[in-house]
Ligand binder design. Structure first.
Ligand code: AP5
Length: 214
């Protein structure tokens, strides 16, 4: 099963991708998480990516595509994957299609989690992310059991550097300019499905499952 999660920053792609991955036993591949892990570990890739991420800009395609193609060669990708945050530009989508076509393969679902811009800023300012495992919470809608502590691993929960309101505005602009065109791209390929991302997380998941299991 090969699924792409589409949607604006903060639409809930990561929240849903984790649930889908756990339900179907496939890996959740988040390019944002991969970059954040590289930044935390002080790698060369992390240093390069941080410059763009802190400004709410996209990391250049050439740094992203090789990284993700490498990830696909790992054994856990045999049964498929849920992609979260990739592809994010038309050149990335084309590179992905070409790589799959080489193995007579193709993407099955592009699921757009639709949330209006006006809901996004609130979601981002309330989001808290675990410094250890990347688990995601929201101060109001999805709070951790103990304030500031990750339910899963006990790690510290922080406000992501790029979740500050001024950076979120930038990320939304970048999303509309560079990533939203993917909606038409996947519509043209006949695999686009849209879900209402303003519903409760469990209701959004049910909508996604009914698409996958239809
Ligand atoms: P990335 O980490 O991918 O960020 P993003 O796409 O901006 O998405 P987010 O992680 O911010 O949001 P999300 O949609 O996953 O929402 P979440 O589930 O957390 O990328 C970060 C940066 O890395 C980019 O800006 C770029 O610089 C770089 N990058 C990454 N990939 C790249 C690529 N392919 N090419 C180039 N650059 C790349 O939910 C948000 C909040 O809402 C949470 O608090 C959550 O608890 C809450 N929530 C979720 N669902 C609901 C709901 N249904 N109702 C109420 N609250 C909800």
């Amino acid at each position: 099963m090969k699924i792409i999660m589409l949607g604006a920053p903060g639409a809930g792609k990561g929240t849903q991708a984790k649930k889908i991955a756990s339900k179907y036993g496939i890996p959740h591949i988040s390019t944002g998480d991969i970059f954040r892990a590289n930044i935390k570990n002080g790698t060369e890739l992390g240093k390069k990516a941080k410059v763009y991420m802190d400004q709410g800009l996209l990391v250049p395609d050439e740094l992203v595509v090789d990284l993700i193609m490498d990830r696909f060669t790992e054994a856990d990708c045999e049964k498929g994957y849920v992609l979260d945050g990739f592809p994010r530009t038309i050149p990335q989508a084309k590179a992905l299609d070409e790589a799959l076509a080489k193995n007579n393969d193709a993407m099955e679902y592009a699921i757009d989690v639709d949330v209006p811009d006006e809901n996004i800023i609130n979601r981002m300012s309330g989001r808290r992310a675990c410094v250890n495992c990347g688990g995601t919470y929201h101060l109001v809608t999805i709070p951790p059991k103990t304030e500031g502590i990750c339910d899963v691993c006990g790690g510290e929960l922080i406000l992501r550097e790029d979740d500050k309101p001024e950076t979120v505005q930038n990320r939304l602009k970048v999303y509309h300019d560079q990533t939203q065109p993917l909606i038409d791209y996947y519509k043209g390929k006949g695999i686009l499905k849209t879900v209402d991302g303003t519903k409760e997380p469990e209701a959004v998941l049910e909508d996604i499952i009914s698409i996958i299991e239809a």
